[in-house]
Design a protein around this ligand. Structure first.
Ligand code: NAX
Length: 331
């Protein structure tokens, strides 16, 4: 059997819990691949991972390899093929008596985590390792990690697939079609409320979704609001943030990267800008992506961008530049 080594940080958290079985079950890497899991947590809760390990064993997956628990990222990152960086410090947590509400403070605390993780992965992981950052602020965390990883053969991504799946769900309801009928969904920019889900370039049966819906008031108000504020709506309803759907989106991103992207489709994730669409180089930015048969990811170029879309892309670009400015001393 083939083997794949997968690192998951924040593995005892909500998303981690929902993610582990789906990584190990054969669904993500195939029935012919043993999945070795390196699970990482902060020292205070690393012992909880013993419970996750027992549950994984009790699932009886043929594809479960070795499961090891760590609180040291340097030890955990040796020889890994994939890193799913879920662990981060959420907004609103109290540290040393201070409630962390300001974006700049949050960015700096998480910046410290991703500096260390980036260095460890850059030095210890496989040379073609893929890294998916889920922990927020995901794009800027990925920027810090990739900068300190300083290893151009590794691919750093930040997750926007949950936003893309949310956008598809809204369109499927509106147009009364199946999710699988909706192709080419792009989330431009930051994984934050400034993200821009693009219905001009999304397609149903080779036709632009925005032209099929033909209702700019619905797209600009209801749709955009629903997608951008969906995370908050789930917190309000559930009393906790999205976990199952976030884990599902992480699995979708890994699978999309591993599979050659079909001709008439693409997938959404944020990667390092190469200047495409006039997005400044050196930002981790949500783009339409394709993966080739070697699992190499590239940006889909030359899509038409309307004036309205450009305005929205400019807003999310500005936010990412501000975030980059806030963590300038960490880069
Ligand atoms: P939880 O608070 O349930 O779990 C986070 C876990 O990370 C905790 O167990 C914590 O101990 C651990 N952790 C913190 N620092 C760590 C470190 N340095 N090394 C290893 N582990 C560490 O949060 P959960 O609901 O699982 O969410 C995790 C992250 O995903 C949050 O930052 C959240 O904002 C983000 N999200 C990102 C999404 C995306 O689309 N990119 C969507 C869902 C989610 O909101």
């Amino acid at each position: 059997m083939k083997e794949v080594n997968v690192l998951v940080t924040g593995a005892a958290g909500q998303i981690g819990y929902a993610l582990l079985t789906r990584l190990a079950s054969g669904e993500t890497f195939g029935e012919d691949t043993l999945v070795n899991l390196n699970l990482v947590e902060v020292p205070q809760v690393v012992s909880r991972l013993e419970g996750s390990k027992m549950e994984l064993e009790d699932c009886g997956f043929n594809t479960l390899g070795k499961v090891k628990n760590f609180s040291d990222i340097n030890e955990a990152s040796g020889d890994i093929d994939w890193a799913l960086l879920v662990g981060s410090i959420p907004r609103g947590i109290t540290i040393n008596g201070k409630k962390i509400e300001e974006r700049a403070d949050l960015l700096k605390i998480n910046g410290g985590i991703f500096t260390e993780q980036g260095k460890a992965i850059g030095e210890n992981a496989k040379k073609d390792a893929k890294i998916l950052v889920v922990g927020n602020p995901a794009n800027t965390n990925a920027l810090i990690g990739s900068t300190h990883g300083n290893n151009s053969s590794q691919t750093w991504m930040a997750m926007t697939a949950l936003d893309a799946n949310r956008a598809k769900a809204q369109v499927a309801k509106k147009c009364d079609v199946s999710i699988s009928d909706i192709k080419k969904m792009t989330i431009w920019g930051n994984h934050s409320p400034t993200m821009y889900p693009d219905l001009d370039n999304a397609e149903i049966n080779n036709k632009s979704v925005s032209s099929l819906i033909n209702n700019s008031a619905w797209i600009e108000n209801d749709f955009l609001q629903n997608v951008q504020q969906r995370g908050k709506a789930i917190i309000d309803a559930r009393g906790a943030s999205s976990a199952t759907s976030a884990a599902n989106a992480a699995i979708d991103t890994v699978k999309a990267t591993l599979t050659e992207t079909p001709e008439k489709d693409w997938f959404s994730a944020a990667i390092m800008s190469d200047g495409s669409y006039n997005v400044p180089e050196g930002l981790i930015f949500g783009f339409p992506l394709r993966s080739n048969s070697n699992g190499e990811v590239s940006i889909v170029k030359n899509l038409p961008i309307s004036d309205y879309a450009q305005e929205k892309i400019d807003i999310t670009t500005k936010e990412l530049l501000e975030e980059k400015n806030d963590i300038g001393d960490l880069l």
